[in-house]
Design a protein around this ligand. Structure first.
Ligand code: URA
Ligand code: CA
Length: 433
């Protein structure tokens, strides 16, 4: 087989066979096919697209390029959730205990990553003593008995995706539905997911800026998942304003605990119920989304979801007293209010800029080497559609420095106030099953 024939075939709009896809993915991973030929093929895929079979085959080729996590020692269907990323997204912390309480095993491998706030692991490490270094025996035992464990990233998963993603980044081929969808799905499958629920964000703070783009991506991923034997569902949700009220690591742990107690922000709670329902259905614990939703409401109501979160903290070495005493979490030295400059209604809160403001405080990493300050962040006092009076607080800044002028200016600029009311954008645009 020759790479040039594969490039030519795709250039002319013909579908590639499974063997051809395996050939280029393996060849690129082993450095036997050069960057320039793969770049050319990626650009051909960008213009000519891939059909459903090609997308499934590309996903599996990337899964097979490296190690795969074997979760077969864990009973039941292992459901994983993936979000395409947003600002102040606290859902993982809430969903884990919530669906575990409904009997769905959650065996989560999570990262730190770059961004406005830390990843799930950073947030959990705001809890004193909490650690994510479990042996695979401990991990399996904990998921079997408690239904919930979180472990740090390990192993050489999907090396083909790492190389291809880096090449796409410098060849203007990132923004291609078949390439994005196979990239995301390959990582979930290699991490051992038996079923997958996807939260595709849309809006300014998201990777997919329009609902149309988000819908295409979500449908492509659902199709791939089901084609490779992993029951997959998706939703399209709003990321034009931050999710919930808290943006920051320990602040989001607090928000998650409040949500598990039934006192969370409305949008975060609703998103968790929607995604959680899909997880319970693909995990085989309910027949319908409505039945699943009732189960989730029940485990919040009777305290069993909160109890699992408490046990989970204890199993992983953390101080579970935080559940009843939130002041045991890292505390910022200073707080500042952001006063409204006039009367009116909140018409816009630019998610991306508000996230950057949290990062300026130290809540996120600008580079891989940066240290995170777990105590700092922002708590929004208002959301789009709310009315405000001049001088009233729009948000509270939690800082460890007394100079927050830049953050204050950013929040004042990017939380827009107008005289006429604008309705909040819908939280969930579409449910794809
Ligand atoms: N995120 C991924 O993991 N892969 C892509 O291709 C794009 C976004
Ligand atoms: Ca939040």
């Amino acid at each position: 087989m020759r790479m040039i024939d594969i490039i030519e075939k795709k250039r002319d709009g013909h579908p590639l066979s499974k063997e051809e896809i395996n050939f280029f993915v393996e060849g690129y991973t082993n450095n036997t096919i050069p960057d320039y030929q793969v770049s050319s093929l990626l650009m051909a895929i960008f213009f000519q697209d891939m059909n459903d079979d090609e997308r499934a085959n590309l996903t599996l080729a990337m899964v097979n390029s490296g190690e795969q996590i074997d979760l077969s020692a864990i009973d039941g269907i292992k459901v994983d959730k993936h979000s395409t990323g947003g600002v102040g997204d606290t859902t993982t912390l809430v969903l884990g205990p919530l669906v575990a309480a409904c009997g769905v095993p959650v065996a989560k491998m999570s990262g730190r990553g770059l961004g406005h706030t830390g990843g799930t692991i950073d947030k959990l490490e705001a809890i004193e003593g909490f650690h994510v270094e479990l042996t695979s025996e401990q991990f399996v035992k904990q998921v079997n008995e408690l239904k919930l464990a979180v472990i740090g990233q390990s192993g050489n998963l999907t090396p083909a995706d790492k190389k291809l993603y880096a090449l796409r980044d410098v060849t203007a081929t990132v923004n291609s539905i078949p390439l994005i969808a196979s990239s995301i799905m390959s990582k979930k499958i290699a991490a051992g997911a038996g079923a997958i629920v996807l939260d595709v964000k849309t809006g300014d703070g998201a990777f997919m800026k329009t609902t149309e783009e988000a819908r295409n991506l979500a449908k492509a991923m659902v199709r791939i998942g089901n084609d490779v034997g992993r029951k997959t569902m998706a939703i399209i949700s709003d990321m034009s304003q931050p999710l919930g009220n808290a943006i920051g690591n320990s602040l989001e742990v607090i928000e998650a605990i409040e949500t598990l107690k039934g006192n969370g922000p409305k949008d975060l709670t609703e998103l968790c119920l929607t995604l959680g329902s899909q997880m319970v259905v693909v995990g085989g614990k309910a027949q319908t989304l409505e039945e699943a939703r009732q189960m989730l409401l029940q485990v919040i109501e009777d305290g069993s979801a909160l109890e699992i979160f408490k046990q989970f903290i204890k199993w992983q070495g953390g101080n579970d007293a935080i559940i009843n005493d939130l002041s045991l979490l890292p505390q910022a030295k200073y707080t500042f209010e952001v006063p409204a400059q006039k009367d009116g209604y909140i018409t816009f809160m630019e998610a991306d800029e508000i996230g950057t403001a949290a990062m300026l405080l130290g809540a996120g990493r600008a580079t891989k080497e940066s240290e995170i300050d777990l105590a700092v962040g922002i708590v929004l006092q208002k959301k789009v559609g709310d009315s405000v009076k001049k001088g009233e607080s729009l948000a509270t800044i939690y800082a460890n420095s007394d100079n927050v002028q830049e953050v204050l200016d950013k929040l004042t600029t990017y939380i827009e106030i107008e005289a006429t009311k604008k309705e909040a954008p819908p939280l969930i645009y579409e449910i794809i099953t």
